[in-house]
Design a protein around this ligand. Structure first.
Ligand code: GLN
Length: 287
């Protein structure tokens, strides 16, 4: 006789419990159990006959219950992987989204134009530091600034930057949009708040910082202010690259065209085929 709860059994039960709130119920369960046990997810999946102790069962059950009440997995584990990098996250910052990796790819492609020459990059609304850290790790010649209005978000970013020893090249600045920058930069990068708050998923709305999400009544408030200010903070051949919601490309392209009439402008889709990044690059002025 036994009321032994094996990993296999615990995962199946938890996944069933989470199906109603999550499209990734099984994955969520595996990540929460890995966190409970202090193991890798791979080990959890491999050791399916391991019997959980009563204490492990209780910890896991509590995490699953919180997830069932819509709390995001990343806040429960305190970690999220972005661009292959493990980041500390908690409720002070937006959880990095996989679709934002497209923005990083676009910036890396833009940075290749500079070869080995030094370049400066500003990440506006740096949050957890996800974008800026991914860029810093892939661009050893870059000097970066991460700006945020939220002092508590900057605490999380600082912890992540310290973990990867990037503090010499990646400086955090508290303040509004581009205002805190010491001068013009080569590249402005941003995943600004662009959602219409009453249209977002319940778990996102309930748990993630509204400052990082709320783009105003039409989702475009931040783009208007950021794009209007950008020309004064861009070097002559600089570029601005912005994440957008899929429905916003037309409006954001229009704003960029107004602010930077000479610029070359483009749109990039994400892996799901949705328009996700809009960019504008200053052209050489012909004299
Ligand atoms: N992509 C996020 C979401 O839909 C929003 C991110 C943002 O506003 N910058 O939840």
């Amino acid at each position: 006789m036994s009321d032994t709860v094996t990993i296999q059994h615990a995962l199946r039960t938890a996944a069933e419990q989470l199906r109603a709130v999550s499209t990734t119920a099984r994955l969520d369960a595996e990540l929460l159990l890995a966190h409970t046990l202090g193991w890798s997810r791979a080990k959890v999946v491999a050791e399916r006959d391991y019997a959980l102790t009563p204490e492990q069962q209780a910890i896991f059950a509590a995490l699953v219950a919180r997830r069932a009440a819509h709390e995001p997995v990343a806040y429960l584990t305190g970690h999220r992987e972005f661009f292959g990098i493990d980041l500390l996250v908690d409720r002070r910052v937006l959880i990095p989204r996989p679709e934002t990796e497209v923005l990083v790819e676009m910036v890396l492609a833009e940075a290749r134009r500079y070869g080995n020459a030094p370049l400066t990059i500003a990440d506006v609304g740096v949050g957890s530091g996800a974008i800026a850290i991914a860029l810093a790790m892939h661009l050893p010649h870059a000097i970066l600034y991460g700006v945020d209005l939220s002092a508590s978000a900057l605490e999380v970013a600082a912890a992540n930057i310290a973990r990867y020893h990037l503090q010499d090249r990646l400086t955090l600045l508290e303040g509004d949009l581009l205002e805190p920058l010491p001068g013009p930069v080569d590249l402005i990068v941003s995943n600004p708040p662009y959602t219409i708050l009453n249209e977002i998923e319940e778990g996102v709305y309930r748990y993630e910082p509204h400052l990082a999400l709320d783009g105003g009544p039409d989702g475009l408030d931040c783009y208007r202010r950021l794009i209007a200010a950008a020309p004064a903070y861009l070097k002559p051949q600089g570029a601005i690259l912005l994440e957008i919601g899929a429905w916003q490309s037309e409006a954001v392209v229009r704003l960029l065209h107004q602010a930077m009439p000479q610029a070359e402008i483009g749109i990039q889709r994400d892996l799901a085929g949705r328009e996700r990044v809009v960019w504008a690059r200053n052209r050489d002025v012909i004299r």
